[in-house]
Design a binder for this molecule. Structure first.
Ligand SMILES: C[S@@+](CC[C@H](N)C(=O)[O-])C[C@H]1O[C@@H](n2cnc3c(N)ncnc32)[C@H](O)[C@@H]1O
Length: 260
């Protein structure tokens, strides 16, 4: 872990990252891969059902907000079933999309989906805490619905490294609502959702056992404003965001400065 390397990052964030890692390492290192292998075939529909359509509405809104031009090199981090890459290629076929995700099952499903639409996405099955790409090698980097499962300071620092100066990072995830009452309601709703979806889709034991983790991961995560401060601390600038009511999820856009 190297998240203390940037002294611009507030100490509070560094401590919170240590706490997240301490509490979640067993799930991150041992359970999540089995969960995503299990849910890969029905991941997209299950997340839609669980969120009553909110997820797909925000996915569409997120991909619409991503600025890509002809010839752009796009990296989708934690690409899962390639939802972001496929949506971007449908809008602008003249881009090169690279996907990275630790789950071979999610990427196999994503490869099938891309092929069915006539698209080609370069796939890397690997952990994203150290990105296997040279510095400054992408114009756009995206990361959707996965940061809660990551050491974010490390991954965001890697994303900044592989982006070219002037390139943009687009982030979307469920976040920690600022308001404690909203936070409590959101937690109860999430617990019910995970249990209901697991039953409906016949998920395996790993997915069922993660019910408490999914709620706790949000409790220890960042709010929209905190994520903005964190991105600035990591060395991005022009950070903007757009959130759903109550701050339950948000998009951020952050630019790597030209002169670094
Ligand atoms: C909830 S899915 C989101 C997938 C996709 N971005 C989307 O929006 O549909 C989270 C993904 O993060 C991946 N993931 C979690 N931890 C990872 C890690 N350390 N390295 C690489 N991928 C990871 C999982 O395999 C899974 O595919």
């Amino acid at each position: 872990m190297n998240f203390t390397r940037n002294s611009e990052i507030e100490q509070d964030f560094q401590l919170r990252e240590q706490n997240r890692h301490r509490e979640f390492a067993p799930v991150w290192d041992e359970t999540l891969e089995a969960v995503f292998a299990d849910v890969a075939p029905y991941y997209d529909i299950a997340s839609d059902v669980a969120s009553l359509g909110l997820c797909s509405a925000w996915r569409r809104r997120f991909t619409r907000a991503i600025g890509v031009g002809a010839g752009d090199r796009v990296l989708d981090v934690c690409a899962g079933t390639n939802g972001v890459g496929i949506a971007l290629l449908a809008r602008q076929p003249d881009i090169k999309v690279t996907a990275i995700d630790r789950s071979a099952a999610m990427q196999a499903e994503g490869g099938r989906r891309a092929k069915a639409r006539g698209f080609s996405i370069e796939s890397h099955v690997d952990d994203v805490h150290e990105l296997p790409f040279p510095d400054d090698s992408f114009d756009v980097v995206t990361l959707q619905f996965a940061s809660r499962h990551l050491r974010v300071i490390d991954v965001f620092s890697e994303i900044r490294r592989v982006l070219r100066p002037g390139g943009a990072f687009y982030h979307c995830d469920m976040l920690k609502p600022e308001n404690p009452a909203v936070r409590r309601l959101y937690g109860m709703y999430l617990k019910g959702c995970v249990a209901g979806t697991a039953m409906m889709f016949g998920s395996g034991n790993e997915a069922r056992s993660c019910r408490d983790y999914f709620v706790r991961a949000i409790e220890l995560f960042y709010s929209e404003a905190e994520l903005t401060r964190l991105l600035n601390g990591i060395g991005f600038h022009q950070v903007t965001s757009d959130s759903a009511p109550g701050g339950i999820l948000a998009h951020h856009r952050a630019v790597k400065p030209q002169a670094v």
